[in-house]
Write a protein that binds this ligand. Sequence first.
Ligand code: FES
Length: 574
Amino acid sequence: MDVPKKRTRRSQAWFGRDGKDGFLHRSWIKNQGYPDDLFDGRPVIGICNTWSELTPCNGHFRELAEFVKRGVYEAGGFPLEFPVMSLGETQLRPTAMLFRNLASMDVEESIRANPIDGVVLLMGCDKTTPALLMGASSVNIPTIGLSGGPMLSGHFRGKQIGSGTGVWQMSEDVRGGKMTQEEFTAAESCMHRSKGHCMTMGTASTMASMVEALGVALPGNAAIPAVDARRYRQAQLTGRRIVEMVEEEMNLSKVLTRAAFENAIKVNAAIGGSTNAVIHLLAIAGRIGVKLELGDWDKLGSELPCLLNLQPSGKFLMEDFYYAGGLPAVMKEIARELDLEAITVNGKSIGDNIADAPNWNREVIKPLAEPFRDRAGIAVLRGNLAPDGAVIKPSAASPHLLRHKGKAVVFENIEDLHARIDDENLDIDENSIMVLKGCGPKGYPGMAEVGNMPLPPKLLRRGIRDILRISDARMSGTAYGAVVLHVSPESAAGGPLALVKNGDLIEVDVPARRLHLDVSDAELAKRRAAWKPPPAPQRGWFKLYVDHVQQAHLGADLDILVGGSGAGVSRDSH
Ligand code: FES
């Protein structure tokens, strides 16, 4: 009878067999030159690689994977690298976020369907991190993260320029007549000059920090530049450690606990992290089975200070952050706020990992007693305009706009915004509130990063750099401004945002956490009766996504993907 020799490891259900099945599983892999002893029951480590030339932030991942393999071999494991769908933030249309859940399905099923005992996740560009963590969470085998690291700092005409943030600033300067198109083009090669992901505290750096704060990566993961030799050393150590994790049966759920998520939310405040982390952490928690709600972000993080003087809110870049001590230094500063017992992938607690973390530059990483910004965490607003919540990052907003009442200037969708924003006759001033519809999970579809709407040139010429903006969209982590995002439910799902009309009065009161549309219930009911949903996609992934995507306050995961199916070995293929 064709009985597995040893089932102590998943991979042995493939490789540890006699008969034709064992032959099939081993023989074809051996065509790559692997000797017999690699199939002897040692841990098989999958290296989940998001390398792609269309994801330039992850363009160095094949090289990085080689260092992971070194570590796996050194520790007595058998590494097998596999590709999954990669998501390049700057290239994918209509938005990379539309494909986060699709990539997570690829990751989940690739791990489960293959002879893998433990997995290393190679993550970099914005959506690759949550997609891989979501997919791996739904399988729950020993898992360790390795971020690709940020690019070196951008430099242009004697000044540091940061990914994204510099683009938004300079493009407003071009639109406001302060910079020529030639100068703007010249900045392109100066901003991005090395391998790695965006080097501001945008979504990629935020998510790399979240990975470290959650305890899913070795200490130091977030900030080591992509081209620094120590990033490759980190890769090798990661390879060694995953083999031990398999021996210790340290599944991902042992690390991704409620305490880990609470720590991550607090760290997000301390680093001035991206609002995108809200959606991604909610989605990851949903997969691993940890109860986490939008309100937790406000409860746990909103009162905490930001210590990090990094763009987009501050001055410095990720390279400076690494030289100053990186995330362990920030976590040590806020140690009294953290659950120091939370266990991490190296088998030690967060408290152990940060115990001796030095802060080498207190201009970059401010001490807790003199923070860079007070009360810097994400605030959750609610009211008749966002019954299920909306978010704002007060530290990135002009303080005078945090309590504001103004008339709505409504854009029905992104095309309407693009068509009219440069119109000199647009009826708008600095007290207006820009409202953008149709950009939520179902509406765009995919919840695009368009919430930081460009300002009208006529206001820019007057030196106005911020006005209140409200939408069901997301915002790039590299952007800034008084921007209310993730309004839930979204307009395309019939949320109250769909009913706002030009000239309606809207009240935003961040200290009171209020977002109110000053229109009577009777008038809103009349508008609702006349509202028609937008046409829905009819085929393929777009249809599956729109039919099943949940709203932003739930993490915008598909309802059919919440939770996991575990690591069970399915029936034979032959
Ligand atoms: Fe990839 Fe910013 S575009 S991290």
